[in-house]
Ligand binder design. Structure first.
Ligand code: ATP
Ligand code: MG
Length: 295
C-alpha cells in the first residue's frame, strides 16, 4: 500500500484504501467543520464479495474519473472536496493523482441504497423466488433483464467487513435510520437514478441498476458519498444491443461475473482471471467512460 506524506492509512476496503490526515488534531482546531478523508481507488476487482486476482490495470483511475464526472452532473450535496493533485493546487497527493479524491468525512448510514430500473442479478434471483424484491411486489411473468414498470428502491443492510450485505425491506431501513432519514434516502436515490438514467440514455447507455451510499456531514446534511454510478456500483448496458434483443452487452464487470459463474462453484478461493477477461473488462470500462464523458 502506498505511503502518502501527510496522510495515515486507516482502512482497506475490498477496492479502496482510506486515509486520514496526520495533522487531524491541528486541522480540527483550525476548521472543526470539515473532517477530511482521502479515498484511493485501487485496480482490485471484487465479485460475489471476493477480491479477485489479478486486478484490472487502470481500473482505479477509470472509476475515479467516472465517479467525479457523475458527482459534477448531479445536483445533490456530495462529499467531494478535491480531485486535483497538490501540484495543481488541489488536495490529492501527486503519487495517487487520478485515482483518488479528498472527501468530507461523513457519518455513513448503514444502508446501501439500491435502485433498479431493470430486473437483473440478485434482484432477478429474489424475484424468481418471491415474486418481489425487498418487499416491493412486482408484476408476474417478468424475465431476467426486463425493464420494470418503474424504478424501485431495494435497500440493503451494509454488513460490516467479512459479512455479506443483506437485502432488507423499507420498513427495516426505518428501524435502522429513523423514518425521516429513511424517506430522504429513498427519495434522493430514486430522483438521482431518474436523472442519471436520462443522462445515460441520451448517450446510448441503459442504467439498469445502481447503489448509492449516503451519510450526514457535520451540519447534519444528508450527503452523497462513496463512489457514484461507477461500473463497480452499477449495471450499464448497451441500449442499441438491448433493443435489438441482445441482452448481456454490459459495460460493467458482468464479463468477470459470467466467467466466474462458468468456471467456479463459489466454494473455496476463486480462480485467477485469464488475461483475456482482464483485457475485455478494461476495454469495456474505457468504452463506457468514452460514451458517458465524451473523453
Ligand atoms: P465493497 O465496496 O467492495 O463492498 P467496502 O465497502 O468494504 O467494500 P470500499 O468500497 O473499498 O470498501 O471502501 C470504501 C469505504 O468508505 C466504504 O465502507 C464506504 O462506506 C466508506 N465511505 C465512502 N465515503 C465516505 C465518506 N465520505 N465518509 C466516510 N466513509 C465513507
Ligand atoms: Mg464499497
Amino acid at each position: 500500500m502506498t505511503e502518502l506524506p501527510g496522510w495515515a492509512h486507516e482502512y482497506s476496503g475490498k477496492v479502496r484504501e482510506l486515509y486520514r490526515p496526520i495533522d487531524e488534531q491541528a486541522a480540527d482546531a483550525a476548521s472543526p467543520a470539515v473532517d477530511r478523508m482521502l479515498v484511493v481507488a485501487s485496480d482490485r476487482v471484487s465479485a460475489y464479495d471476493f477480491v479477485l486476482e489479478p486486478g484490472i490495470p487502470g481500473k482505479g483511475e477509470l472509476l475515479t474519473r467516472l465517479s467525479s464526472w457523475w458527482f459534477e452532473q448531479l445536483d445533490v450535496p456530495n462529499h467531494v472536496l478535491s480531485t486535483d493533485p497538490v501540484s495543481a493546487g488541489g488536495l490529492v497527493p501527486d503519487a495517487v493523482a487520478g485515482r483518488a479524491m479528498v472527501v468530507k468525512r461523513l457519518d455513513m448510514f448503514p444502508v446501501e441504497c439500491v435502485v433498479r430500473g431493470y430486473l437483473s442479478g440478485s434482484g432477478w434471483e429474489e424475484y424468481r423466488r418471491n415474486g418481489s424484491i425487498c418487499g416491493v411486489p412486482l408484476p408476474v411473468g417478468l424475465n431476467d433483464g426486463d425493464r420494470l414498470p418503474r424504478p424501485i428502491y431495494t435497500p440493503a443492510w451494509k454488513a460490516p467487513l467479512g459479512l455479506h450485505d443483506e437485502n432488507i425491506t423499507y420498513e427495516r431501513t426505518i428501524e435502522l435510520v429513523g423514518a425521516n432519514a429513511a424517506a430522504s434516502l429513498r427519495d434522493l436515490s430514486l430522483s438521482i437514478f431518474a436523472r442519471a438514467s436520462e443522462i445515460a440514455e441520451a448517450r446510448g447507455v441503459i442504467l439498469a441498476d445502481t447503489k448509492f451510499e449516503f451519510g450526514r456531514d457535520a451540519d447534519g446534511t444528508i450527503t452523497l458519498g462513496d463512489e457514484v454510478l461507477t461500473s463497480d456500483s452499477s449495471r450499464y448496458w448497451d441500449a442499441a444491443a438491448y433493443h435489438r434483443g441482445e441482452r448481456g452487452q454490459s459495460f460493467d464487470k458482468q464479463i468477470v461475473r459470467d466467467w466466474l459463474a462458468a468456471n467456479w462453484d463459489r466454494s473455496g478461493v476463486p480462480p485467477v482471471l485469464p488475461q483475456e477477461i482482464v483485457e475485455r473488462t478494461s476495454a469495456r470500462y474505457r468504452e463506457l467512460i468514452g460514451l458517458m464523458t465524451g473523453a
